[in-house]
Write a new protein. Structure first.
Length: 293
């Protein structure tokens, strides 16, 4: 009996040790798999070399310069961008008024002088390898360069971070969904999945920014003046002397008509006054005749 108990205890101990060893081995494999994944991803992104073409480098540029003719420059830049497989995502042109003067020119007209400057803002997106092709054409178009800023930002670590977090969150979300016991755990898994979607979309945006360089261009041309003869509205509103006499006569006749109409309108009052006067006179004459008698 004691031998049987010893055998059973030994078997249980060996089984527990083997399970623990299996868990430890599984944990080590999991760690090694994550480590391997990290190393492979870093290699894929070219993080082992600063000059690697696999790095997620975002190219941008910002240039401002003066040209002889803004419309000509815009047309040329848009055509060049299209020929390189890019697109002008923004193209705005307008005249910026700097000064306006109005001077007397004749009895009924004015001379208007406007000073303005044509300006434009462009946002060009071209394949990254053609960024310098656009930038190298700008000096030939410019008569004066205000500034020229070129930058290269490395998004490799952000990209790798999103990728690793997506994998980790997906693994966690899958486990939670399978073992979820209440609504709170299900919502938590859904939140993890939505976070994964956001990170995946953000990585797509990084890929797009890496593939296409963004060039912002502000251009303007020297100030110009335009002169025009315009009508003097104040002078046009005035009338001549002879016409003013005619208008005055007409206004006077109009006032006279209104006065007559008002007089006629008050006819009951005038009639009453006449009757009162007649009555007073008749009584006066009656008293006078009575005294004589």
């Amino acid at each position: 009996m004691k031998k049987l108990q010893i055998i059973i205890c030994s078997t249980l101990i060996l089984f527990a040790i083997s399970c623990k060893g299996a868990d430890f081995e599984s944990e080590e494999k999991s760690k090694n798999s994550v480590t391997d994944y990290t190393e492979v991803s870093a290699s894929e992104l070219g993080l082992d070399s600063i000059a690697s073409a696999k790095r997620k480098i975002i190219h941008t540029a910002d240039v401002s310069f003066r040209v002889k003719n803004v419309l000509t420059a815009i047309t040329r830049l848009e055509a060049m961008t299209k020929s390189l497989g890019g697109a002008a995502t923004t193209s705005n042109m307008y005249n910026e008024q700097q000064d306006q003067t109005t001077l007397p020119y004749s009895r009924d007209s004015l001379k208007e002088v406007i000073s303005f400057r044509a300006t434009a803002q462009l946002t060009l997106r071209v394949p990254a390898q053609y960024r310098d092709s656009i930038l190298n054409e700008l000096p030939a178009m410019a008569t004066y360069i205000d500034h020229r800023n070129i930058s290269q930002s490395d998004a490799s670590f952000n990209y790798l971070s999103n990728k690793l977090k997506t994998t980790a969150n997906k693994s966690y979300a899958d486990k939670v969904e399978h073992k979820a016991k209440n609504g709170k755990e299900i919502l938590l898994a859904q939140d993890k999945n939505e976070a994964n979607i956001d990170k995946i979309i953000y990585n797509y945006k990084i890929d797009d920014d890496v593939a296409f360089a963004t060039i912002k261009i502000d251009i303007y041309e020297p100030a110009q003046t335009v002169t025009a003869i315009i009508a003097d509205t104040e002078a046009a509103a005035k009338i001549s002397f002879d016409k003013s006499i005619v208008v005055a006569l007409g206004n006077g006749w109009y006032i006279m008509q209104k006065g007559i109409a008002l007089f006629v309108l008050l006819w009951p009052i005038w009639l009453l006054l006449i009757l009162i006067v007649i009555a007073k006179k008749s009584s006066f004459y009656q008293k006078l005749n009575w005294k004589k008698a």
